[in-house]
Ligand binder design. Sequence first.
Ligand code: SIN
Length: 307
Amino acid sequence: MRLHPTGKFDNHPTPSNVIEVRPLAAAMGAEICGIDVPDITDEQFAAVQAALFKHKMIYFRGQALTHADQEAFSLRFGAFAEDAYTSGVPGHKDVHPLIKEADDRSEMVFGEGWHTDSPFLPEPPSITILRSVEIPPYGGDTIWANSALAYKMLSDTYRRMIDGLKVHFSLRDVLAAAQGGAEQRDNPIGKLAATRGSAQLPEDLMRKIQGSIHPMVRTHPVTGEKALYVDSSYAVGIDGMTEEEASPILQFLGEHLVQHAFTCRLRWEPNMLVAWDNRLCVHQAFNDYQGYRREMYRTTVIGEVPA
Ligand code: SIN
């Protein structure tokens, strides 16, 4: 099914005296201008947070930040979340490196399937913040899809059908893909690849494979907006349904959610800072910059049990 969202979402910025907001695409995304992130005032932060909830993904350019600056910005949204993949950089355990070296010829890159961050955890991170340091001359973009808009664009009948369903999220398939096609390296996917051939997986990994069950339609705890909570990387089943019953629903929703009309795409440059709300959008990275280095750092903000 292909539906155009005209009329179902308005990505105009809310007028503000303290920040300038420039929409990125019709469906979602916005650049925040006129702010040096380390000097953000409380009033500006309130406007930035409201812009994040409205536009689902926001970004700043020209922010040459330290790890400590990124930690401080992240902490304004809330405490750090558990990161499912890395244990941080030395001295900054909540700042997680996402670095792909130029000579890494892995067939897989971290985040390359459409996903919401770590939904296999009981309390998945609410917000993710990603900072760019080194960017390839081309490629390495990130693309997001507005899962609140995708929910709105379903028919009333389909919405009624899925409203009470619960999704089983697991790391299972991402782990299998990493074991199949990634080099063993000191990066999130390389660490998963290093478990290739292991007779016994660590308990922590077993917990993430076992995963969590969350509502397929979740309600944003601040704005009350409803959004699809499903993806094509971690959603492996529907609670109480057989695989044969669940697969067509998950496949349809996985495709419906990420159609072009619901997306925005960011061409990174160094010193950008991006924040997205995992309760309102899904995202995807690209493994299309072979031979070039990409260096990013991410922090995640604690979330709630999805409801
Ligand atoms: C992610 O999925 O969090 C990574 C996105 C990216 O590297 O562009």
